[in-house]
Design a protein around this ligand. Structure first.
Ligand code: C2O
Length: 353
C-alpha cells in the first residue's frame, strides 16, 4: 500500500534529529476545509514557463528579485504567523514530514532514506517557487540551482554570502564563506588537498553516484517505503552528495551559538531547520535536476513503475493558500509541471574512474 498523504488532524510534536523536541510546532496552520475533502492538485493552465538557472551565474537583477521575494515571505511571519505561505511555515513543512510530527501506518513519517525523497522535494520546491513568484507578481520566477556538480558551482553561490540580505543565513558554518571549495563526499572530516584536486575528486564522485552505482531505478531513488514498512536506505545521490552538502553548510553539531545554545547542525544540518536557510531550496534545485540528468543518461535509468511509489501522496498549500493533495505520478516530468533547468555541461560524465 502506498504512503497516503499525512492528515493534519494527526499532526503532533516533532523531534530534532539527535536532539530534544522541537521547541515549537511544525504542524501546518489549520485548514479551511476538512482534510478528507482536500482536492487533488491539477496543474493550472500553463501560460508561463519557468527556467531555473545556475545560482553562480545569475545577474544582479535576478538577485534583487529573489531577495525581494524571500523578504516578503519573511514579512508574512511577522504580520500573519498562520499564513501557510510564510517563510517559517514553509520551512516547517520539511520539519513535519521528516521529524516525526506524523504517524502513518504505525510509524513516524520520514520522507528521507527512501524512494519518496525525490518526489517529495520536487513537489515541495514546486509550490515554494510558485509562492515566491506570487509574492513578487512574477509568474515566470524560478528558483536558482546550486550547480555543485560543475566545478564553477562547487562553492556556496556568492549571492548567498552577502551579510544582511534576506537570503543570507547566520546559522551557517563560517567555513562555507568566501569561496571555499566544497567536498561533495565529506560527512564532516576535512582532507588536506588542493582546490583542483578536490574538484576533480568531486567529479569522479558524481560519475560514481550517477552512473556506476545507479544503473537501475531502486539504486537511484532509494529503498521502497510503503505503509508500515520502511527499510530506510537512501538512493545514491540522496546519500552523496546531498547529505554532505547539508552537513557542510550547517553549523557543527555540538558547537555553541553566540547566545549559548547548543547546535544540532542548524540550519542546513538538521531536518527540522534545513528549510530555514534559503540555500536549502537552491541545493534541492540541483538534487532535483540530477533526477532529470540521471534519466537522460539512458539504459535502465527510468522512473520507477511500482504502483506503491506512483500512488504515494503528500499535501501542500499552493500559492493561493489552498491545500491540495498531490501524487508522485504527477511529478515525473518537470516540463509538464511548467519548469525546466537551464542547461549546464555535465563534465562528470567523462570522469569514469
Ligand atoms: Cu529533505 Cu535535503 O533534505
Amino acid at each position: 500500500t502506498p504512503i497516503p498523504s499525512p492528515d493534519l488532524k494527526t499532526c503532533g510534536r516533532a523531534t530534532i534529529s539527535d536532539g530534544p523536541l522541537v521547541p515549537y510546532t511544525c504542524c501546518p496552520p489549520p485548514m479551511p476545509t476538512n482534510f478528507d475533502t482536500i482536492p487533488y492538485y491539477k496543474f493550472p493552465p500553463m501560460t508561463k514557463f519557468r527556467i531555473r538557472s545556475p545560482a553562480h551565474a545569475v545577474d544582479e537583477e535576478y538577485i534583487a528579485k529573489y531577495n525581494l521575494a524571500i523578504s516578503r515571505m519573511k514579512d508574512l511571519d511577522k504580520t500573519e504567523p498562520l499564513n501557510p505561505l510564510g517563510f517559517k511555515q514553509q520551512a516547517n513543512i520539511h520539519c513535519a514530514y521528516c521529524n516525526g510530527a506524523y504517524i502513518i501506518g504505525g510509524k513516524e513519517l520520514q520522507v528521507h532514506n527512501s524512494w519518496l525523497f525525490f518526489p517529495f522535494h520536487r513537489w515541495y520546491l514546486y509550490f515554494y517557487e510558485r509562492i515566491l513568484g506570487k509574492l513578487i507578481d512574477d509568474p515566470t520566477f524560478a528558483l536558482p540551482y546550486w550547480n555543485w556538480d560543475h566545478p564553477k558551482g562547487m562553492r556556496l553561490p556568492p549571492m548567498f554570502d552577502r551579510e544582511g540580505t534576506s537570503i543570507y543565513d547566520e546559522r551557517r558554518n563560517q567555513q562555507v564563506r568566501n569561496g571555499t571549495v566544497l567536498d561533495l563526499g565529506s560527512f564532516g572530516d576535512e582532507v588536506e588537498t588542493t582546490q583542483l584536486q578536490l574538484m576533480s575528486n568531486n567529479l569522479t564522485l558524481m560519475y560514481r553516484q550517477m552512473v556506476t552505482n545507479a544503473p537501475c531505478p531502486l539504486l537511484f531513488f532509494g529503498a521502497p517505503y510503503v505503509l508500515g514498512n520502511n527499510v530506510e536506505a537512501p538512493g545514491t545521490i540522496e546519500n552523496i552528495p546531498h547529505i554532505p552538502v547539508h552537513i557542510w553548510t550547517g553549523t557543527v553539531r555540538g558547537s555553541t551559538f553566540p547566545n549559548g545554545d547548543t547546535s544540532y547542525g542548524e540550519d542546513m544540518g538538521n531536518f527540522y531547520s534545513a528549510g530555514l536557510d534559503p540555500v536549502f531550496y537552491c541545493h534541492h534545485g540541483n538534487v532535483d535536476r540530477m533526477w532529470n540528468e540521471w534519466k537522460a543518461i539512458g539504459g535502465k535509468r527510468r522512473d520507477l513503475s511500482e504502483k506503491d511509489w506512483l500512488n504515494s501522496e503528500f499535501f501542500f498549500y499552493d500559492e493561493n493558500k489552498k491545500p491540495y493533495r498531490v501524487k508522485v505520478r504527477d511529478c515525473l516530468d518537470t516540463k509538464k509541471m511548467g519548469y525546466d533547468y537551464a542547461p549546464m555541461p555535465t563534465p562528470w560524465r567523462n570522469f569514469k574512474p
